[in-house]
Design a protein around this ligand. Sequence first.
Ligand SMILES: C[S@@+](CC[C@H](N)C(=O)[O-])C[C@H]1O[C@@H](n2cnc3c(N)ncnc32)[C@H](O)[C@@H]1O
Length: 263
Amino acid sequence: MNQLRNYFENNDKRLINKFNHYFDVYERHFNKYKGKKATIVEIGVFQGGSLQMWRDYFGSDATIWGIDIDPACKTLEEKDTHILIGSQEDPTFLNSILEKIGPIDILIDDGGHTQNQQIVSFEELFSHIKEDGVYLCEDVHTSYMNVYGGGHQRNGSYIEYTKNLIDKINAHHSEEASLKVDEFTRTANSIHYYDSIVVIEKAKMVPPSSKMTGHRSFEYIAVKKTFFEKVQYHALIRINKLLRIFKLKAIFVNKMMELNFKH
Ligand SMILES: C[S@@+](CC[C@H](N)C(=O)[O-])C[C@H]1O[C@@H](n2cnc3c(N)ncnc32)[C@H](O)[C@@H]1O
């Protein structure tokens, strides 16, 4: 059985509040840190139960930090489990605690769950996650709940915000000035979407390169474009660039591709 789920199901220590399906996601992304000297940060302490669960899972070498807006949470500190009081929506507060915490291996955002809280925390903290660290934001179903500022494809929702990060991951292939390689492209390896959870795994990314290996199975016969095909090809390229500016669906793509592979 999943160790975290087992702990949760048999928990007789402090109260924990988690969805049942989260434990497989945690196991998949956190497993490599078990028993390591890792820095784990969780926004949202509540009654302190999840911090005790992380201690049990990661072991005594981990340093665990909880962040909560509720001053009562300060009383829940334990050995090597520190609690900082302030709002995850306050960039000044977040920046003031970063020096204390140092580089972070895993950040779990289980705080207030409003769109702005999740976005501000991500923007302030992502660059402080270590080169191979993990940023996990949970309860992102609030992106669909009006009371948290959410709604399907609604401006300002955390889910919509992270959809733009998908573009950034692919930015090396962009032909348009609106999508350029940035720090996120250079430092994010992958984004994983689950029901109610978004996980971003970091890695030092290099520009992608491809090559062919092996030998040909068929003889390659290069075909030349006729004059008419050259004119047609350039016209289709231009028309589709224009359509692209207005985000309109491309036309005659198969024809463009056919001509693209002729010389
Ligand atoms: C869902 S509970 C955390 C549950 C806990 N992680 C667990 O698994 O048992 C959310 C917590 O976020 C805290 N919170 C709400 N708004 C916050 C904010 N702006 N900044 C930091 N913490 C906040 C609440 O005080 C509450 O303790």
